[in-house]
Design a binder for this molecule. Structure first.
Ligand SMILES: [Mg+2]
Length: 258
C-alpha cells in the first residue's frame, strides 16, 4: 500500500525533493509517474523567488518529469495573488524583474525600487523578494515609502539559503531589516504561510492531499496547518523538531512507492 493510494493530490516541494542544484533527486520521477498513473492531481511548490513558473517547470523537466507552469506554484505567484485578492493596484517591490512580471500578471502594477526614481507613491503595499544586486538605496526607498497601516510582504521568510559559495542572505532577512527600520511586522507569502497553501488548495480542488518536503519548518509545518498528510524526506543528519512532526518520514522517495 502506497501513500499515493490514500490521496487525491500530491504536492512536492522542489528544492531537495525534486532536485538538488542541477541534480534530480533519486525516485522523484518514479514517484510522479506513479502518482499520474493513479490519476492524482500534481502540484510543485517552491519558495524560489528568482525564477518564473515556466523556468521552474523547465528545471523539473530536466529531472525527467514532464510538467508545465500550470503545475508550478512558487512564492512569487503566491505573493502576486495575495496582493490581487487584497485589492492592491500599485506596489513598490525590492526584487527581480521576474517577480515584477509575476505581480504584473496578477493585474497589480509593480514598480521596482531601482526604477522608482520618477515614481512617487502612494503605494498599496511594499514587497520584498530576493535580489542579488540589493543596495542600501533599495532598502532606503522601501523605508521612505512605508506608511502606517501599509502591508510589508516578504515573498518568503527564509533567513538564508545555501549557494555554491556558502550561505546567502535570505528574503526574510532583508524584509526583517526593513521591518525593523519602520517598526512593523512583515507578512510572508511563501511556505509555510497559509497564503501559499490556500492558493495550492484552491488549485487542486477538493480531496485528500499529501505533501512531500525536506524542510520541517516550511514544508511539513505548512502541510500540517493545511490539514494535509505531511511526508518528511529526511536528509542525512537532519535534526528532529519536537514542535513539527510529520505524519510520515522517509529517507528515500522510493519508499513511498509501496
Ligand atoms: Mg525544500
Amino acid at each position: 500500500m502506497s501513500v499515493l493510494d490514500e490521496h487525491d493530490h500530491l504536492v512536492l516541494d522542489c528544492d531537495g525533493v525534486v532536485y538538488v542544484g542541477a541534480d534530480a533527486v533519486p525516485g522523484a520521477a518514479a514517484l510522479v509517474a506513479a502518482a499520474r498513473a493513479r490519476g492524482l492531481g500534481l502540484l510543485f511548490v517552491t519558495n524560489d523567488t528568482t525564477s518564473s513558473a515556466a523556468e521552474v517547470a523547465a528545471r523539473i523537466g530536466r529531472c525527467g518529469i514532464d510538467t508545465d507552469e500550470a503545475e508550478v506554484l512558487h512564492a512569487g505567484r503566491a505573493a502576486a495573488l495575495h496582493l490581487a485578492h487584497a485589492g492592491a493596484e500599485r506596489v513598490l517591490i525590492l526584487g527581480t524583474a521576474a517577480l515584477a512580471d509575476e505581480i504584473g500578471a496578477a493585474g497589480v502594477t509593480a514598480v521596482r525600487t531601482r526604477d522608482a526614481e520618477a515614481c512617487d507613491g502612494p503605494w498599496d503595499a511594499l514587497v520584498v523578494g530576493q535580489d542579488s544586486e540589493l543596495s542600501m538605496r533599495d532598502l532606503k526607498r522601501l523605508v521612505q515609502a512605508w506608511q502606517p497601516g501599509m502591508e510589508l510582504l516578504a515573498v518568503n521568510g527564509d533567513r538564508n539559503y545555501p549557494a555554491s559559495d556558502g550561505l546567502h542572505v535570505g528574503c526574510g532577512a532583508i524584509a526583517a531589516a526593513v521591518a525593523f527600520a519602520v517598526d512593523v511586522e512583515f507578512v510572508v507569502a511563501g511556505e509555510p504561510s497559509p497564503i501559499l497553501f490556500a492558493e495550492a488548495a484552491e488549485r487542486l480542488g477538493p480531496g485528500r492531499t499529501a505533501m512531500v518536503g525536506d524542510t520541517l519548518a516550511s514544508d511539513v509545518a505548512g502541510a500540517n496547518a493545511a490539514g494535509w498528510t505531511s511526508v518528511w524526506l529526511r536528509r542525512p543528519g537532519a535534526a528532529d523538531d519536537p514542535a513539527v512532526v510529520a505524519d510520515l518520514t522517509v529517507t528515500d522517495l522510493r519508499d513511498l512507492l509501496g
